[in-house]
Design a protein. Structure first.
Ligand SMILES: [Cu+2]
Length: 275
């Protein structure tokens, strides 16, 4: 019996399926992935994930096709087949394998590094970020403590509020810190998830592109009421933001004057610490 060229058949099936499926995955499935494209940081993550999906689709197709092909074509029928001789070397397999995997890993390492330096990660870059947004930037401090977040606006007299509002289409510079244990400021729709560590100023940049509400959660197990540490933030028009922040300034004026001077970190008295 003349044995067909199995590798060529597998390659043809793989190629045909990849050509059909990769554009579908990239154009149809990828845009529905979280965190969406409502902010600059979220959109960067989405386009990175789209590229990764585009690369991984043909790889996944290769594995599934190979697996299915061997199960169907090489399955045992009737008498058990004899085991073939041990293979020690197969250049046709291992050279493309080494070249292919090395190229993918090196490309992804370069791509990841360039993207990080170019757009930040939304994950906070510590006190001296490599990526910075230039131009008009609104600094907003996120102060985590057991078990709530509060927000300080240093350019508005250092007022501290219990809610987060941001103006649309403005560059925002978060300064994330903590008064007690380790928390994490996570606003999925903003594409921001930054560690909140006591004594650390963790900077993360974002530009919200549309008016919306967004969930905020603590994503670091921080004690008994960790699960209760959530909030809803708003992205509003610039005029609505100005109105809101001035109202906050008026409402909290009596408290603001007793707050410590704005600083990138605070070292509260032990008795101020909860727990
Ligand atoms: Cu927390």
């Amino acid at each position: 019996m003349n044995e067909p060229n199995h590798m060529r058949r597998i390659a043809i099936i793989w190629f045909a399926l990849s050509v059909i499926l990769t554009p579908i995955v990239v154009a149809v499935i990828a845009p529905t992935l979280p965190p969406g494209d409502a902010t600059s940081a979220a959109d960067n993550q989405l386009s990175d994930d789209t590229l990764l999906l585009g690369i991984v689709t043909p790889i996944a197709v290769a594995m599934i096709v190979y697996f299915a092909y061997t199960m169907i074509v090489f399955r045992r029928r009737g008498e058990p087949t004899e085991e073939g001789p041990a293979t020690r070397d197969n250049r046709a397999v291992h050279i493309p394998w080494l070249v292919g995997t090395t190229a993918i890993v090196l490309f992804l390492a370069t791509f990841g590094t360039v993207e990080l330096a170019d757009a930040g990660a939304g994950g906070g870059e510590g006190p001296e970020p490599a990526f910075k947004m230039t131009g008009d930037v609104l600094p907003v401090q996120v102060i985590a403590q057991q078990w709530e977040f509060t927000y300080r606006y240093p350019t508005y007299g250092g007022v501290e509020t219990a809610h987060l509002e941001l103006p649309v289409d403005k560059n925002v510079e978060f300064h994330v810190t903590s008064l007690d244990v380790i928390h994490s400021f996570w606003a999925p729709r903003l594409g921001v998830k930054a560690d909140a560590n006591p004594g650390v100023d963790n900077v993360a940049f974002v530009k919200p592109w549309q008016e919306m509400s967004f969930d905020i959660r603590c994503s670091e197990l921080c004690g008994l009421w960790h699960g209760y540490m959530f909030d809803t933030g708003q992205v509003v028009s610039e005029s609505a933001f100005e109105e809101w922040i001035h109202e906050q300034q008026r409402t909290f004026a009596p408290a603001t004057k007793f707050l410590p001077k704005y600083s990138t970190q605070y070292f509260p008295e032990p008795e101020r610490r909860a727990g």
